[in-house]
Design a protein around this ligand. Structure first.
Ligand code: ZN
Length: 299
């Protein structure tokens, strides 16, 4: 009897596995690909390539294409990115520009390098990549100090360094004619800062936001979509982010002056104005800890 039962169990399991495999295959065949390309409304040639939760801006000109982050860490996004570009144009991909040094945005550029693209990043990003030698990150060919201007096929793209913020190598890429900027991770759309704000420099982050508000632009392409899949923002997003950081900073400072511990500050500080923002539940306590360290220890 036991033997029969075991055989029956195995047969049942095999059947279940077959059904599961069939369902998985059927889902794989019907599921949308993890990427999509969107033309930025009102422009002739500015696009956003989104792969899962990461976004990258690219600009198509007759003389070639300017690409930004490859967003290919441990996934084949670059291959899809190149295929998407080649559906639009056969012009060569001339540049790949890194937004900052973090791997989740800049890994996987080799397929672009193989096509002859010139890689550009802030000088601190190049130094960091040269030092850490991450697997699958192409070392930049050219670097930016405070500013560099690229012109290609009638498009002008300015690369600005506004100081340390979410890294010490973040560029603000500005298209002056289109009044669009692309800058990554430090100005989330309708969301608080990521986790414990690793690699983030305070108080320079707030200074940088003020500099970006003072620049001439209308639309911001972020490195990740905001809640609801929103891909672009405007100056209100920057002003709101600055207000959030100032409110958070003031709340932590107040807790410190009342001799609250890390744990009590994390437990007691609430910022209801931002409770609908992305990451509020998951990351607020970590954001608090970052500001606590800054005010308490100057780090
Ligand atoms: Zn980052």
């Amino acid at each position: 009897m036991r033997r029969t039962n075991f055989a029956g169990l195995l047969a049942g399991l095999a059947f279940a596995l077959t059904v599961a495999a069939f369902v998985t295959t059927a889902q794989a065949q019907t599921a949308a690909p993890p990427y999509v390309t969107t033309k930025v409304e009102g422009t002739d040639n500015v696009y956003i390539f989104r792969y899962a939760g990461h976004q990258s801006m690219f600009i198509v000109t007759k003389a070639g294409v300017i690409v930004t982050d490859p967003i290919s860490l441990r996934r084949p996004a670059a291959k899809a990115y190149i295929e998407e570009i080649q559906k639009i144009t056969k012009a060569p991909i001339k540049y790949v520009i890194y937004s900052h040094s973090h791997y989740d945005h800049i890994a996987g550029g080799k397929p672009f390098k193989d096509l002859g693209a010139t890689f550009i990043a802030h000088k601190n990003a190049k130094a960091r990549i040269a030092e850490l030698k991450p697997a699958d990150v192409v070392l930049p060919d050219q670097t930016v100090g405070d500013k560099k201007v690229i012109t290609l096929g009638g498009t002008t793209l300015e690369l600005h360094y506004v100081g340390k913020n979410h890294s010490d190598s973040t560029l603000v890429m500005r298209l002056p004619k289109e009044k669009i900027i692309f800058t990554v991770d430090w100005i989330p759309l309708g969301a608080i800062q990521f986790r414990d704000m690793a690699d983030t420099h305070l108080p320079e982050l707030e200074d940088g936001l003020k500099k970006v508000i003072a620049m001439d632009w209308d639309r911001l392409i972020a490195g990740h979509p905001g809640p609801g899949g929103r891909q672009t923002g405007n100056k209100d997003d920057v002003r709101n982010q600055l207000a959030y950081l100032q409110d958070l900073s003031a709340a932590v400072k107040k807790a410190l002056s009342a001799n609250k511990s890390y744990a009590d500050a994390q437990k007691e500080i609430k910022l209801p104005k931002y409770e609908k923002w992305g990451g509020y539940e998951a990351y607020l306590q970590m954001n608090i800890e970052r500001y606590y360290d800054f005010h308490n220890r100057g780090i």
